[in-house]
Design a protein around this ligand. Structure first.
Ligand code: ATP
Ligand code: MG
Length: 551
């Protein structure tokens, strides 16, 4: 069934087998984010996996908010998560779902476990629970409350629900085995008291199920066939199955784990990303330097580039640190096809063409895209005063430096060959103006016997609009800040650079365009928020044209 799909990972093989055995069953997966932050590129990996499986096997993928931890969960995050998934181009099955809509059912399942003597109400303090649990080397010890009778457990559990207790005073635990080699199986907590209002259920509940208890039940309630999660949940798998088996349910979802995405020069954990936002290291979750889906969107990444990246990294059980240049390659490759070409001068320096009159304003028609003529053409103008990039001029020519220097020639892209004759410096020795001549006979052609190798970009003053350019570097200066306890010590303080330059006027007539290639510079996108704030058109650099080594 999936033979033609390029990216067949081990999970596809498992599902192929499952389908052979269970012909009637429709495949159902889910993506279960906690609405406690924005989604990041790691989530994109899980989104692509779950939604692609549903698509390829004509099944369904549910979007379920895993909202059992009210302290940090917000409606705003629900909205942003939905927006990100839709932007990626995926549709979830029917309405979005919430673990919180099953609270009543989950509560009943908890009572059922109590009645079957598989759960008890514990009154050890949180630190005592931790101490009694033991360690990898030391087995756990039973709680003195472990053998409470069913009636007492039911009464206390009801009182928990009715708000009789303070946070941390009491909890419901599964009665499994305090000596288990798997620490998670040492009587895990199923319900805890949290006198906190929930963004959906408000003050209806003051007890909330733990992730382990709610997750398997939510999967079961939604008839999920394949529950895919990242490897850190491997040890929880035994508990997942234990709970559902003890409740005598049929069709227990099959669980499979895959490795989390780790990406160079960033952290992929909502908690850590939240810290970066709170510490004001970036301007928000959607700052273009963030590895969040909204940050990448604002930076100019396309959904396709993210999907291509997820396909390239594949799904496996091995933990890798993925190179940042792979993600950058994917976006560069996609934008190369779709972005129209323009010229922008980011570090401007003025050139005066001395053999041209003031009112010269020559129209030149250029292609928007070198490979796709269907993308049309636009106008540029050549006139007496033009801007080029500072880095394209050096007073003295060297063997390595082949662009413009005094008494040498360079070709202006789409236009003429110019020759630099004189410069004007200010009192600090900084070059302010370059005086050049242009050769009338060189519009898009090289005269015989003269070889001019270098081509530089430019904009004529008359045809320019001032613009701001925001150039980025990674937020961290080390490859794997994920493994550092004090990850904030490794923040790159130069992750943003702001430049004031110029863009072509005609670009403003192409407002419907979204992605731009500024020739010889990189791919750029307009930052709407910054444009409004600066009252000046502001671009984010999505990615440079050539691979960059940052550090
Ligand atoms: P975080 O540590 O960023 O908060 P999380 O796992 O707690 O991550 P959830 O909102 O619970 O975040 O995640 C939803 C789903 O996305 C889970 O199934 C989880 O396994 C998956 N996921 C989260 N981070 C990654 C990652 N880096 N790579 C792959 N999948 C991920
Ligand atoms: Mg989580």
């Amino acid at each position: 069934m999936t033979k033609n799909f390029k990216n067949r990972n081990f999970i596809f093989k498992i599902i192929d087998n499952y389908i052979q055995k269970n012909k009637k069953n429709q495949i159902r997966t889910r993506f279960p984010p906690e609405p406690n932050g924005f989604l990041h590129i790691g989530h994109a990996k899980s989104i692509c996996l779950n939604f692609n499986i549903a698509k390829i096997y004509h099944g369904k993928c549910n979007l379920r908010f895993d909202d059992t931890n009210p302290k940090h969960e917000k409606k705003k995050f629900v909205k942003e998560i939905k927006k990100d998934i839709q932007w990626m181009g995926y549709k979830w099955n029917k309405k979005s779902l919430y673990a919180s809509q099953y609270f009543e059912k989950i509560y009943k399942y908890a009572k059922k476990l109590i009645k079957k003597k598989f759960a008890y109400v514990d009154q050890l303090s949180q630190s005592e629970i931790k101490k009694y649990r033991g360690t990898l080397k030391k087995k756990g010890i039973n709680s003195p409350y472990r053998n409470r009778v069913i009636k007492e457990n039911l009464k206390l559990f009801k009182e928990m629900k009715n708000g009789k207790f303070k946070d941390g005073e009491i909890c419901l635990r599964a009665k499994i085995n305090m000596q288990s080699n798997n620490i998670i199986m040492r009587d895990p907590v199923l319900y805890r008291v949290k006198n906190i209002s929930h963004y959906r259920t408000k003050n209806k509940w003051c007890i909330y199920p733990t992730y382990d208890f709610s997750h398997c039940l939510s999967d079961f309630i939604e008839k999920i066939t394949h529950s895919l999660c990242s490897l850190e949940f491997l040890d929880n798998k035994e508990l997942y199955t234990w709970i559902l088996q003890k409740l005598d349910v049929k069709n227990i979802p099959q669980q499979y784990e895959f490795s989390r995405l780790n990406l160079e020069y960033t952290v992929l954990s909502k908690r850590k990303l939240k810290k970066i936002v709170k510490e004001k290291i970036v301007t928000g979750w959607d700052d273009p330097r963030m590895p969040t889906i909204s940050g990448l969107r604002r930076r100019g990444y396309t959904p396709q580039s993210i999907k291509n990246f997820c396909q390239k990294i594949g799904i496996s059980k091995k933990n890798h640190l993925i190179e940042l240049k792979l993600l950058e390659y994917c976006v560069r490759n996609d934008l190369n096809k779709i972005a129209n070409r323009f010229m922008a001068v980011i570090n401007p320096i003025k050139i005066i063409i001395i053999n041209m009159s003031e009112n010269h304003n020559e129209k030149i028609i250029v292609n928007n895209h070198p490979f796709f003529p269907k993308k049309g053409k636009h106008k540029i103008y050549f006139s007496k005063v033009i801007y080029i990039d500072k880095s394209d001029f050096k007073e003295k020519r060297t063997n390595k430096y082949k662009r413009l220097s005094l008494n040498t020639e360079v070709r202006l892209r789409h236009a003429y060959i110019i020759k630099a004759l004189k410069i004007e410096k200010n009192s600090t020795g900084e070059i302010k103006k370059i005086f050049c001549t242009y050769d009338k006979n060189t519009l898009n052609k090289n005269p015989k016997n003269r070889k001019v190798n270098s081509v530089i970009h430019w904009i004529s003053k008359k045809n320019s609009i001032p613009a701001k350019f925001r150039l980025f570097q990674p937020i961290f200066k080390i490859k794997n800040p994920n493994y550092e306890k004090k990850y904030l010590n490794y923040i790159n303080k130069n992750s943003i650079q702001i430049k004031n330059g110029f863009i072509e006027k005609d670009l403003m007539n192409k407002k419907k365009l979204k992605f731009f290639q500024f020739e010889r510079e990189g791919y750029f996108i307009i930052d709407k928020k910054e444009t409004l704030k600066n009252k000046k058109i502001t671009f984010n650099e999505t990615i440079s044209l050539k691979e960059k080594k940052y550090f």
